[in-house]
Design a protein around this ligand. Structure first.
Ligand SMILES: [Mg+2]
Length: 284
């Protein structure tokens, strides 16, 4: 093999000496240099599962079946409450349900598939390319549930951490799929903070909220942002009763607060190092 064909000679010119010392093959050198690729590939199984598995599909159907049952229960409870108190004391605020959008009513797994195909992690520019298409499909069961909620007298509010600049494309996507209340009044996008508490409170100030649906526990309560102690499981105990009555959680193994708690913020190299350290620390 001549020098022009020898991959080691080519790599030796392009790769720092330290990398050559610590790695045993060209393949390892390439991987060590590309932390974004490593992080992207770590999500492969989760994305295949979310995008293609009948299991994921059925969990969504099951979740929305459960949401329908829970909403019926809460509607019945309101009627029963009215029998107990004088009509002057009735809560006459209109009824509402609150849903998140991404991985709750819209399926963005094609974006995640493309990200892995191109060895990329999430970034705003490619995300906007995707949402500008208004092409996400409805999550299984979402449309039927929200149509039922609407027919039962509930307004639907969409509280999402999509950016305010994604308003038009998001409304078009929801409207094209036939989602109820897909208009500016009922779409509360992110304006500055990913904390949805204030937006939830804004809806609760004018409506009786009977149910919330999301793919993150933070879609119900901001206390779930803190995973510093016991992975946030303590918050599950604290909020057990209200979660049981008012919240439906849908599956999303592709991303979320649970993963951010391990990866942290910073560069892809820093995130990858934290994930590596987590695996070194856990297990047996
Ligand atoms: Mg979501």
């Amino acid at each position: 093999m001549n020098a022009r064909m020898n991959p080691w000679l080519i790599l030796s010119a392009a790769v720092p000496l330290t990398a050559l010392i610590s790695c045993s093959s060209p393949k390892h050198i390439a991987a060590a240099e590309n932390h974004e690729s490593l992080l992207a590939q770590q999500g492969t199984d989760a994305v295949i599962w979310q995008h293609a598995s009948a299991e994921a599909h059925w969990l969504y159907v099951q979740g929305y079946d459960h949401a329908t049952w829970k909403l019926e229960t809460n509607l019945t409870a309101i009627d029963a409450e009215k029998q107990m108190v004088d009509s002057m004391e009735w809560d006459r605020r209109p009824l509402a349900v609150i849903v998140d959008i991404d991985e709750t009513v819209l399926d963005n797994s094609p974006y995640q598939v493309s990200a892995i195909k191109h060895d990329r992690t999430f970034d705003q520019a490619t995300w906007r390319e995707w949402t500008d298409k208004s092409a996400a499909k409805a999550s299984p069961g979402a449309l039927g549930f929200l149509q039922y909620a609407k027919s039962a007298g509930c307004e639907v509010f969409y509280i999402t951490n999509r950016d305010i600049r994604e308003k038009a494309s998001t409304l078009k996507n929801l409207q094209d799929l036939g989602f109820p209340d897909a208009d500016e009044k009922h779409l509360l996008l992110m304006e500055g903070t990913s904390d949805k508490t204030e937006r939830r409170e804004r809806v609760k100030a004018t409506h009786q909220v009977l149910l919330l649906v999301g793919d993150q526990l933070r879609d119900f309560d901001e206390r779930f942002k803190d995973r510093g102690v016991n992975h946030g499981w303590d918050q599950l105990n604290d909020l057990h009763d209200s979660l049981s009555q008012y919240f439906i959680l849908l599956p999303n193994p592709m991303y979320g607060t649970w993963r951010d708690a391990i990866q942290g913020k910073g560069t892809d190299a820093e995130k990858h190092a934290r994930v590596k350290a987590w695996f070194e620390k856990n297990g047996y």
